[in-house]
Design a protein around this ligand. Structure first.
Ligand code: HEC
Length: 157
């Protein structure tokens, strides 16, 4: 009897671990069509020692556009992509977008309750998933803009 309970517990732990692992990886891949999302804005942080160094372009899919423009809570399935590039400063003072560095990703997903209802992810320049402690490394900073549903970007016409 005890043995059966033990086996039962072990099985339950394995199932829970498998399901949680599957949830973690759920849907987290760089959308193939991200480049056809709507460009919301760009920003350049030329200081290499800054956490957010790079030439950034921020994109939103159609689902989130309306709220990005007028404010409020984003609908399920909204996706934001930030594409980061190197900053090349020429002698003539012009600033160019260099090679791609990485991507950041947020998808509105109510199952990601412990990170404010957004699923966070990062991908390398080739679109390969980068393992991160998203609660600490992403949500920790985005929590500062809870009032705009954790989104920093303001749409620029
Ligand atoms: C130091 C604070 C900070 C950290 C840490 C951070 N972000 Fe951001 N994030 C920002 C800021 C500021 C912007 C706006 C950047 C811009 O306008 O170019 C931004 C923009 C974004 C956007 C576009 C939507 C928006 O909020 O404007 C996504 C997607 C994103 N970050 C995902 C991530 C992910 C994923 C991580 C973790 C790997 C992360 N961020 C870590 C501050 C941070």
């Amino acid at each position: 009897m005890k043995r059966a309970i033990c086996i039962g517990i072990v099985m339950a732990v394995i199932i829970v671990a498998t399901v949680s692992f599957a949830m973690m990886g759920k849907d987290v891949s760089l959308p193939k069509d991200w480049r056809s999302f709507i460009h919301a804005k760009s920003m350049v942080i030329p200081d290499k020692s800054h956490d957010l160094y790079g030439f950034h372009h921020i994109y939103v899919n159609k689902k989130g556009l309306d709220i990005l423009k007028k404010g409020g809570k984003y609908p399920e399935g909204t996706i934001f992509i930030g594409a980061f590039y190197d900053v090349i400063t020429e002698q003539d003072g012009s600033i160019h977008q260099g090679k791609k560095l990485f991507y950041v990703y947020m998808k509105k997903d109510k199952s990601a309750a412990d990170t404010g209802g957004w699923r966070y992810a990062a991908f390398d320049a080739d679109g390969k998933y980068l393992k991160k402690d998203v609660k600490k490394e992403c949500y920790g900073c985005h929590a500062a803009v809870k009032d705009s549903d954790y989104i920093f970007t303001k749409f620029i016409e």
